[in-house]
Ligand binder design. Structure first.
Ligand SMILES: [Fe+2]
Ligand SMILES: [Fe+2]
Length: 271
């Protein structure tokens, strides 16, 4: 059961004068990725096939992700009436598919899979919090706040199951760190770049480098230091390190510097 419904969004407060064109592009891309949550549920059901409790939780989780997609899609169609979500979603899933035909995690273990899920939820919770804090269009602001709260709950959910699996499987500190770093670097892979392309540039040929840059230039620009620091603390916790320990401040400082430099360089290059 989702914790909220589309009827709880104040759609009638939509204010077209407060719509930021870069945020519209990002929201369209996010809607496609979120709405594809059903595929991830299928994947997780295959990986955790004999764990009925987890499979039930994963089904509810996917329903919430799909609802995120539906809410964002509806807002994007209000902000840009020329946007056709259904056509864009078809284009996205025609060109981007995760491997569903598996019976074990691509992370090497179930604990590794759960570490990776925690990293994804860290990324989404900090992203929607950053968008909400940057956006004064009332409807999108309300949607992003609700989604950010869900993503934080998803992190806690996967973290709870991670602890259970760490008692059964051998995944040491190095293994957790390796999965965490691996999943972070994948954020620049095809999924987001292809979603950005399918939502915003369908008439042109797909070029991963170009659309990954266009996405990152816009998305990274909305993060403030507190979003980044909280995200780093969540990554440290998922990786089995002290979230408030001595690594937090230097890593957060580095991440702020890196993201700002990336936005500046991509802007200078016209991304
Ligand atoms: Fe989501
Ligand atoms: Fe989530």
């Amino acid at each position: 059961m989702a914790h909220w419904t589309l009827d709880q969004i104040p759609w009638d407060r939509f204010d077209p004068t407060r719509v930021d064109s870069d945020i519209v592009k990002l929201v369209k891309a996010a809607a496609l990725v979120e709405y594809n949550g059903g595929d991830y549920a299928t994947y997780l059901r295959n990986v955790f096939h004999d764990d009925d409790a987890f499979c039930a939780v994963a089904a509810d989780w996917a329903q919430e992700e799909v609802q995120h997609g539906a809410a964002l899609a509806r807002w994007a169609e209000m902000a840009d009436p020329a946007f056709d979500f259904d056509a864009s979603f078809k284009r996205f899933t025609d060109g981007y598919r995760i491997a569903l035909d598996v019976n074990a995690s691509v992370r090497g273990s179930r604990a590794g899979e759960l570490v990776a899920r925690c990293i994804v939820e860290t990324g989404t919770s900090s992203y929607y919090a950053a968008l909400a804090d940057s956006c004064d269009e009332p409807v999108l602001n309300a949607i992003c706040r609700k989604i950010a709260a869900d993503e934080l709950r998803h992190y806690k959910l996967f973290y709870t199951h991670l602890r259970r699996y760490l008692e059964q499987e051998k995944l040491g500190a190095w293994g957790r760190l390796r999965v965490s770093l691996g999943r972070i670097t994948e954020s620049e892979d095809d999924e987001l770049a292809y979603a950005y392309y399918a939502a915003n540039h369908a008439a042109e040929p797909y070029e991963r480098k170009r659309f990954s840059a266009a996405y990152a230039r816009r998305a990274y620009a909305y993060y403030q230091p507190p979003h980044i620091e909280r995200g780093i603390a969540m990554v440290l916790k998922a990786a089995g390190l002290n979230p408030q320990g001595p690594l937090l401040k230097p890593l957060a400082g580095f991440a702020v510097w890196f993201m700002r430099r990336r936005v500046a360089r991509l802007s200078a290059a016209g991304a």
